[in-house]
Write a protein that binds this ligand. Structure first.
Ligand code: NAP
Length: 473
């Protein structure tokens, strides 16, 4: 199957192609266009031309397009989940959950399109402001450049495309090279949903070539990026005066206080650590357990981990499948070995078969080991003991990252103290840091990025506040 670039509402043959293969089986999936600078330029030009049409489109029409998109995706959810499972090796049940969330994200975007508004200001609060009225409006920026990662190829694209359409922007989308099929599928649905030509353009190709062109082109007013910290920081440095939001990585942590009931927690923690092979930005990577509960927690966690089934992403029974690349398999094994050399014990896992890394639990890990202080992005979790929640907070904060953190405690004072002290974008009490629903503000501090997604918050980032003052004197 040969795919095409999506520019100005048309499917356009590219000059160069590359074979996309399954991370699980290595089998070819499709021929994917590798756009060059000139092809990317055409996509930006198309978005630039469509920006007036989008800016003038009434809110009810933008909402109707997004509602229809959400409905179409719901109707074709099985097909969408299969696409994700094939190109990303995401186990099909997890892929299906991603599609369900994507349907929600577009629904939220449809609703949000109808409530983008400013406020009136009491100008007479300042001497000299008498006899004047003022209000603000929110205007679309124009062209938004969206650059997305492989790990949620539908829903993280939705977190950019949804709010951009809701707020009347045109978009140039550059999906991750490993997961372009989900983006092409979206374009197909948006044509059917009635999006004007040029309002969404999909350009596949190398991050450095296509990405760089989008980041540096003057017609693009904003870059919304989700991906790794080094790429995000590079984009920020090149973007000049463009608005930029960066949703980057993390080494998310959970603190478990004494006296909390483990029954409901353990399966939830196992899911947080190993869902999609740990290739999730808020994957549970570090668990700090109160010393009184430590032994029981570890024993139950390891037992639950042993129940996970590894295999073909298309098999509904599969919990764990292939890593996104062979390089990530060897990196995972190297990092485990480094932790062991620095004193860690392997409670389970620590091996790989083909491209599948066994779910790995490490104990007594040195905070300086890569599996602790860097983003592991693999099915590897560490469990260390702490004497109390405060010590856990120190470990959580001793990180370059700060996306979300979780705290299980039965003590309200401990919980509120943790909320105050944790230096992260979101604190989740009595759940794992991996909790997310799609309308909550989501984003991080430190090297986890800046700016927020969650449809309403992304709309704020994608619009410009304009002030109107009317002098009645
Ligand atoms: P990545 O390697 O940083 O790639 C992300 C996107 O950036 C891809 O489309 C990539 O294109 C493109 N890119 C690469 N180099 C570029 C450049 N120089 N200029 C512009 N674009 C460039 O990340 P990934 O491996 O796909 O995703 C995993 C990372 O995303 C993890 O760090 C994870 O934590 C993070 N993430 C964060 C969130 C969040 O919301 N905070 C959510 C999900 C994932 P190519 O694919 O062609 O290289």
């Amino acid at each position: 199957m040969k795919k095409k670039l999506f520019i100005r509402g048309e499917w356009v043959e590219a000059k160069a192609y590359k074979t996309l293969t399954s991370p699980y089986s290595g089998e070819p999936i499709a021929e994917i266009p590798v756009a060059d600078e000139e092809e990317t330029d055409r996509a930006i030009a198309a978005a630039y031309e469509a920006k007036e049409v989008m800016a003038k489109m009434p809110a009810h029409k933008r909402a109707a397009i997004l509602e229809k998109l959400s409905r179409l995706l719901e109707e074709r959810a099985d097909e969408a989940a299969r696409i994700i499972a094939m190109e990303a090796a995401k186990p099909i049940k997890t892929a299906r959950a991603e599609v369900d969330r994507t349907v929600q994200t577009y629904k939220f975007a449809a609703e949000e399109a109808k409530r983008i508004h400013g406020e009136t200001l009491p100008l007479d609060a300042a001497p000299g402001g008498e006899g004047r009225m003022a209000y603000t409006v929110r205007e679309p920026l124009g062209v938004v450049g969206a650059i997305t990662p492989f790990n949620f190829p539908m829903n993280l694209v939705a977190h950019k495309v949804g709010p951009a359409i809701a707020s009347g922007n045109a978009i140039v989308l550059k999906p991750a090279s490993q997961t372009p099929m989900s983006a092409f599928f979206l374009a197909e649905l948006l044509v059917e949903a009635g999006l004007p030509a040029g309002a969404l353009n999909v350009v596949t190709g190398s991050g450095t070539k296509v990405g760089d062109k989008i980041v540096q082109d003057e017609r693009v007013k904003m870059i919304t990026f989700t991906g790794s910290p080094p790429v995000g920081i590079g984009i920020r440095n090149k973007a000049g005066l463009k608005r930029v939001t960066l949703e980057l990585g993390s080494n998310s942590a959970l603190i478990v206080d004494k006296d909390v009931p483990l029954d409901r927690m353990i399966d939830r923690c196992v899911q947080g650590a190993f869902s999609f092979q740990g290739q999730v930005c808020i994957s549970l990577q570090r668990i700090y357990v109160h010393t009184e509960l430590f032994e029981e927690f570890v024993s139950r966690f390891v037992t639950a981990t042993a129940r996970l089934k590894a295999g073909d992403p298309l098999d509904p029974a599969t919990d764990i499948s292939a890593m996104i690349s062979q390089g990530d398999v060897s990196r995972s094994l190297d990092w485990i070995q480094e932790a062991v050399n620095q004193g860690a014990k392997v409670a389970c896992g620590g091996t790989a078969e083909g491209n599948i890394v066994a779910p790995t639990v490490l104990l007594d890990v040195d905070p300086a080991s890569k599996v602790s202080c860097q983003e592991v992005f693999a099915p590897i979790v560490l469990i260390n003991r702490v004497r109390d929640v405060n010590e856990g907070i120190e470990f959580v904060n001793d990180s370059r990252f700060g996306l979300q953190a979780g705290v299980y405690t039965d003590n309200i004072h401990t919980a509120l103290d943790a909320v105050e002290k944790l230096n992260v974008g979101g604190v989740i009490i009595n759940d794992i840091p991996s909790f997310r629903v799609d309308h909550m503000p989501y984003g991080g501090v430190k090297e986890s990025g800046f700016g927020r997604e969650g449809v309403k918050y992304a709309v704020e980032e994608m619009t410009e506040l304009k002030l109107v003052v009317i002098n009645r004197n």
